[in-house]
Design a protein around this ligand. Structure first.
Ligand SMILES: [Zn+2]
Length: 208
């Protein structure tokens, strides 16, 4: 009898178990220099059912909710521009401030709308940075912690990490260096499963 997995999102049975590798990215600022350190995080399994994955993809295809989020700041700026317009003295400074806030609001709004439209096209086509696998990773990430101590966490399907041909694409999606991906792949290939350590740091502190 096949094992029954419980979906982490909806709690229903019949889910598929997805092995996932977490990657930790730490950004360290020292003076003007910004250095990024990447390390392998936890190797874990997450169970997701296909209807939750399909529902996630459906929401991502629909940019309405994303647009609302992205336009929050431009709208705030526009409100500020209007406030400056009505509250200030009738002088040049007020007009300049108003134009400045209004201009920023418009510029941000236009670039955000462009970005979301491009993203939505890619999601609908299921290619570029938004394959079904990437969507599974996004859904998993939404159910898992985003940070560990000071490190930002990215989650990549183990099957993708093990496929060296996908390393370039993973690099484009998450900014994880190809060198680090190769190291983690090597580590997972050569380490017996029961000794794969959670939060193991490979080449700690290595500059990428
Ligand atoms: Zn589910």
């Amino acid at each position: 009898m096949p094992e029954q997995y419980i979906c982490k999102k909806c709690g229903n049975g019949g889910a598929t178990d997805y092995p996932i590798v977490a990657f930790r990215t730490m950004t360290v600022r020292s003076g003007r220099k910004i250095q990024k350190y990447q390390a392998m995080g936890e190797v874990l399994n997450i169970s997701l059912c296909s209807s939750c994955i399909d529902a996630w993809i459906a929401t991502r295809r629909e940019p309405k909710h994303q647009l609302m989020k992205a336009l929050k700041y431009p709208i705030l700026l526009a409100v500020l521009a209007v406030a400056v317009h009505f509250l200030g003295q009738n002088d040049l400074v007020r007009w300049v401030m108003c134009a400045l806030f209004g201009g920023f609001a418009l510029a941000i709004a236009v670039s955000e709308i462009k970005r979301i439209r491009k993203e939505t096209t890619e999601i609908r086509a299921g290619n570029g940075n938004f394959t079904r696998d990437h969507m599974i990773e996004e859904l998993a990430a939404s159910l898992l912690p985003a940070k560990h101590a000071d490190a930002h966490l990215s989650y990549v399907l183990r099957a993708r990490v093990m496929d060296a041909k996908q390393h370039g694409q993973i690099n484009r999606e998450y900014g994880i260096s190809k060198k680090k991906l190769a190291q983690v792949r090597q580590y997972l290939m050569t380490t017996p499963e029961n000794t794969v350590k959670a939060w193991k740091t490979i080449n700690k502190g290595e500059n990428q």
